[in-house]
Design a protein. Sequence first.
Length: 317
Amino acid sequence: MDVGDRAPDGPHNWGRWGPEDQLGALNLLTPEAVLRGLAAVRDGRVLSLAQPVEGATASGRPARVPHMAGRPLPQHYMAVDGADQAAGAPPLPGGRRVADDALVLSPHGTTTHMDALCHMWAGERMYNGHPAARVGSRGASRLGVEHAAARGVLTRGVLFDAARHRGAARLGPGDRVGAADLEAMPGARLLAPGDAAVVRTGWPLAWEEDPGLYQGAQPGLDGSAVRWLAARDTAVVVCDNTAVQALGADGGPVDAPEDDAHLVLLWRHGVPLMEMARLEELGSALAEAGRADFLLAVAPLPVGGGTGSPINPLAAL
């Protein structure tokens, strides 16, 4: 799907917020949207929607956390630790002892993360017509995740529990979630411009059954679903699988470009994607309460020129 220097055919948000816009659908997080999110807090319970970050240089801890095959796992280094202190490392003034560490990670496919608008495109232009050449070996000088970080996400989250809707703990590798499925769920009556659509497939449960199953074909949204969400001015889309869209057994997309979630949402409409969320506790809590909405708070790291950022989304019920 090579569009050269043209804007994409069909619906898109290019130019909607001006030719220099780098926020995309986060422009929809108006004061009204934020207040609507705050009004969704009923009992003050707060849940983290992030998978734990497990990393080490010489242990099997990272293998306990869902991740895509072939992606570099988080590396957690201790620069100074208790053993160093015991071995005679000089203390700080006043006898203070300290431990320092460092973390190296690639968020895509290994942690709960947000995709920046520079993460994927078609042709020679990224979202809003920014030249793809602006993404170089030192990062992206346009559409980097630091713009989303400066804005942050505080809005109403609306859960679409696709697994529970089908009476299953999780969807299967070949299952797709379409627009008709979304429309049949309670969240469809709530979703308003500036809201975050949160889709639960239950796929992290597959890791507990068999990591090989998790790293094969995955369920996800189809083209009708991502177009349905874009048409409703959804500000962000959160999912618990690794790519929002479905993946084939080889780990690659199964959809044609016109149905691809990253091209429809990120590239055409400027909608950031949050992937690999942990939604089991949220799904159970909302089902027990008979509701689908909550306050979603997300603060990406301001990584200059980053194509994404690890995140710890918080849901306030």
